[in-house]
Design a protein around this ligand. Structure first.
Ligand code: C2G
Length: 450
């Protein structure tokens, strides 16, 4: 008698889930299915689960494939389940390849190929709750996006686009994405929404064409490098009833949201200064970040993050903006830049570097106290509110899972499904502001070279 166990959320139950259970069942004589509890999904950072645990258990029950259904409540439970139920085989989809090898000490571990592509009839039946995502670009960030996407319910990665079809096919194969294209229009016909992760200077073109074809767009930052183009893209999105979001991951992270709310509540009094730094030392000058023609440079690469916290707390109408910068002679891109933004009663600095390393922290100074977020503040997990009297210091701890791309992706999916449609953390006003500041810098307005 061979016992097989598998686990999953089984939200918006579809053919991929059913096929997984069928194949798992065939591996032995008896199948146990562990359905994740809502609490455990929260703990492991799985976002956007639509259905309750009871409903998800019902989904599994209705297949008639499970001999026993259990609830997975916590990290580490798999080992005790395997021992308690005398499990011979642990089976799971190949999107988890390697992740559960540690269970090999206790039973056989089998990764079953994921079902690629969910049928369109099925999608219609579910009122389009499952969004088909297409990825534009096959670079480093696209791979991270794939890894994070499995932590967001309600989407399927459907297609990938690259100018070079071989690259697209290789990426699709490695990441178990059903379709690969080098024809952008054909690619768009196969998806509901796109994630654009190509070099900065082509963000505008890819976003515009996608929106004109009525596809929702999540575009890597900076969305565009001038304000006119950003405004235009939002107008096209509106005209086509589509969501357009700039992928500034920090903006969608739970801790950042709290940081902004707490600061706005007035706990540190009036804000007088914001100093935010983000440096990422890059020594390989053959990379995109050093390519002048692809709009490389520290400010276009990293400037959005410090500008984000400034915009969220003080708005988008500074009275004066100036820059200090050092340009790399060899490549012509900026390697160290500080933007100074002056507001009516506050001064801010946004410091970035790809050729200089500095503590990547954030300090928000107020008339009653200050908030300190240690590096890396853009992946906010922890911050302190400090006062003159040190005994009053308050410490806040949060969770920021891995790359954090899952938060922006979850917000994007919610926005597409009409939940919090107009409330997403980063709005048109912010994105146009970022683009305007980038434009000023590129044009040399109030720029002093070091
Ligand atoms: N699955 C699949 N094909 C799809 C989608 C999902 O084969 N197109 C598989 C997954 O690989 C997984 C199972 O169906 O084995 C359940 O998937 P989810 O509900 O997304 O659950 P998951 O987040 O993968 O949880 O402890 C929980 C486990 O780690 C897995």
């Amino acid at each position: 008698m061979k016992t097989v166990i598998t686990y999953g959320t089984f939200d918006l139950f579809h053919s991929g889930h059913k096929r997984l259970l069928e194949r798992a069942k065939k591996l032995g004589d008896r199948l146990i299915v562990g359905v994740t509890s809502d609490f455990y999904d929260q703990q492991r950072g799985k976002l956007n689960v639509y259905q309750s645990c009871a409903k998800r258990i019902e989904n599994v029950k209705q297949t008639g494939l499970a001999d026993q259904i259990i609830v997975e409540e916590e990290e580490g439970q798999k080992i005790s389940d395997i021992q308690q139920y005398n499990v011979d085989i642990f089976a799971i989809g190949s999107d988890w390849l390697g992740k559960f090898d540690y269970l090999k000490e206790y039973c056989d571990v089998i990764y079953l190929p994921r079902t690629q592509g969910i049928s369109s009839t099925e999608l219609r039946l579910k009122q389009n709750k499952i969004i088909r995502i297409g990825i534009v670009g096959t670079g480093r960030i696209s791979s991270r996006f794939v890894r994070e996407s499995k932590y967001v319910s309600g989407l399927e990665l459907e297609a990938v686009y690259a100018r070079n079809i071989d690259k697209a096919k290789a990426f699709a194969e490695t990441n178990e994405i059903p379709k690969a294209f080098s024809d952008y229009i054909e690619f768009l016909e196969n998806v509901d929404a796109v994630y654009i992760a190509v070099p900065h200077h082509v963000h505008y073109d890819y976003s515009r064409v996608a929106l004109n074809n009525k596809k929702n767009v999540l575009c890597e930052k900076p969305l565009t490098l001038n304000a006119t183009q950003a405004t235009e893209l939002f107008a096209i999105a509106k005209a086509n009833n589509c969501i357009l979001m700039e992928a500034v991951k920090t903006a969608y992270a739970p801790a950042f949201d709290r940081l902004v709310s707490i600061t706005k509540s007035g706990i540190i009094g009036d804000i007088k200064a914001i100093d935010a730094t983000f440096t990422k030392l890059i020594t390989d000058k053959t990379l995109r970040e050093y390519d002048y023609n692809q709009c490389g440079g520290a400010f276009s690469e990293l400037g959005t993050y410090p500008l984000l916290i400034i915009a969220k707390l003080l708005g988008v109408t500074p009275s004066h903006v100036s820059f200090l910068t050092e340009i790399d002679k060899e490549t012509g891109v900026d390697v160290f830049t500080r933007a100074n933004l002056i507001y009516r009663k506050a001064i801010c600095s946004a410091t970035v570097g790809i050729g200089v390393k500095k503590e990547g922290d954030l300090c928000i100074a107020g008339t009653k106290g200050y908030i300190y977020v240690p590096a890396p503040w853009w992946k906010t997990e922890y911050f302190e509110i400090r006062f003159e009297d040190l005994r009053l210091t308050r410490k806040y701890f949060f969770k920021f899972d891995e790359d954090g791309l899952r938060y922006e992706l979850a917000s994007f999916i919610r926005a597409i499904n009409g939940i919090n449609k107009n409330k997403y953390m980063l709005n048109e006003r912010d994105s146009v502001f970022f683009a305007q500041i980038m434009e000023n810098f590129k044009k040399g307005t109030n720029v002093t070279n070091l």
